[in-house]
Design a binder for this molecule. Sequence first.
Ligand SMILES: Nc1ncnc2c1ncn2[C@@H]1O[C@H](COP(=O)(O)OP(=O)(O)OP(=O)(O)O)[C@@H](O)[C@H]1O
Ligand SMILES: O=P(O)(O)OC[C@H]1O[C@H](OP(=O)(O)OP(=O)(O)O)[C@H](O)[C@@H]1O
Ligand SMILES: [Mg+2]
Length: 282
Amino acid sequence: MLRIAVPNKGSLSGPAAEMLHEAGYQQRRESKELRIVDPENQVEFFYLRPRDIAIYVASGRLDVGVTGRDLLIDSGADAEEILPLGFARSTFRFAAKPNTANGIEDLKGRTVATSYEGIVAAHLADSGIDASVVHLDGAVETAIELGVAEVIADVVETGTSLRNAGLEVFGEPIMQSEAVVIRRTGADTEEPKVQQFLRRLQGVLVARTYVMMDYDCRVEQLEKAVALTPGLESPTVSPLHNEGWVAVRAMVPAKEAQRIMDDLYAIGARAILTTAIHACRL
Ligand SMILES: Nc1ncnc2c1ncn2[C@@H]1O[C@H](COP(=O)(O)OP(=O)(O)OP(=O)(O)O)[C@@H](O)[C@H]1O
Ligand SMILES: O=P(O)(O)OC[C@H]1O[C@H](OP(=O)(O)OP(=O)(O)O)[C@H](O)[C@@H]1O
Ligand SMILES: [Mg+2]
């Protein structure tokens, strides 16, 4: 049985459960459940605090886990990222009151408040900056107003929390984060049950980011059309009853679908359709 750690709270937990559900796994019915078995799929899910997941996976007691890249790095645990999942995207940045700092050099001798002490301490050390770090559990934006620190380092997504606190980011982003699947460092990721789990999640990612496109075009335009819709392997081309015409089918990135439809139309393709992909195994 594959043992999987899943976030039980916070920004990661809802989207993680949704993705696992889309991948065909049973998920817990109540937010208090800490552990469920999905016998049909031969997996067991452990609902853990997001910060603890890398520690459990590094211990080898759980096979894989879903967590944030920033939490993985902050933990310093002996685990590595094996698949990015594309949700809970954020950047990790320094922020302060306007006109207090322009770059990391301005942090010398100052105090930085953060919930991600591991990331911040390592980043300061790498940059050769001597500054103090104060650990706070959350709502770190308030630390400046209350005089606990002059600078904060925190997760930024829309920037609303910083704006509301009258703060501005400065310097280069410290890191980019998103939800990731992790595994103990050096553990065999080729193991069939791990591979099957990853293939299911990859299937969800593809179904979310690609659409299926069908269209008809004249044989003379086929090469140009195929250049616009190369598909993942190569498009399917079938003859039409009308001589000189073919039907083409290929997967295209959902974000580019409208532009591709315009370009296909412009070279004479017609009956251009897109349909959603519900599940996929590449
Ligand atoms: N607003 C956000 N947008 C995107 N990702 C976020 C956001 N806030 C936190 N994260 C990500 O969620 C993970 C942190 O999860 P965690 O549950 O510890 O914190 P949280 O989502 O802030 O919840 P809590 O309310 O418990 O503080 C990190 O990977 C972080 O990058
Ligand atoms: O850029 P934004 O879209 O505003 O998102 C970023 C904010 O979201 C998270 O806070 P959360 O609400 O989880 O509170 P916390 O600080 O207590 O973790 C994070 O810690 C930031 O404060
Ligand atoms: Mg938070």
